[in-house]
Design a protein around this ligand. Structure first.
Ligand SMILES: [Zn+2]
Ligand SMILES: [Zn+2]
Length: 127
């Protein structure tokens, strides 16, 4: 299977609606567009219908991720797009991490972050 076919299978496992015959098309955004979060691929259904599913992460990077997460993002007149990204795992409990500690860069979920302290540095804040 190609990288795109394997990623389609992963996306279906993650609960995304990709009908039979869907394909993922690579996009080559300029570096400036990439900084603004431009997608590096986008999904098309049978007949070339835009599925409004894509990611700024390259397909290979998503395939390498242990878990995928998705987020609905508003995209002007056409409604919502589904953004795919690698889920970060909390390094203490393996839950879904929401942030990384500013001091030691450990990825943590909300409850673990609350318990996470560094002697002499005070409590890391979540913002
Ligand atoms: Zn945790
Ligand atoms: Zn820390």
């Amino acid at each position: 299977m190609t990288i795109a076919e394997r990623l389609i299978a992963r996306l279906r496992e993650a609960g995304l609606d990709l009908p039979e015959g869907s394909r993922l098309v690579r996009i080559y955004p300029s570096p400036a567009m990439r900084n603004e979060g431009a997608w590096s691929w986008s999904a098309f259904g049978p007949g070339g219908r835009e599925l409004q599913i894509g990611s700024q992460y390259p397909m290979a990077e998503l395939l390498a991720a242990e878990r995928l997460d998705t987020m609905q993002v508003m995209s002007g007149a056409v409604g919502t797009d589904t953004d795919v990204f690698p889920a970060m795992a909390c390094q203490r409990c393996q839950g879904t991490a929401v942030t990384a500690c500013r001091i030691c860069r450990t990825q943590l979920c909300g409850p673990c972050l609350t318990d996470h302290h560094h002697e002499g540095y005070g409590t890391p804040t979540s913002n």
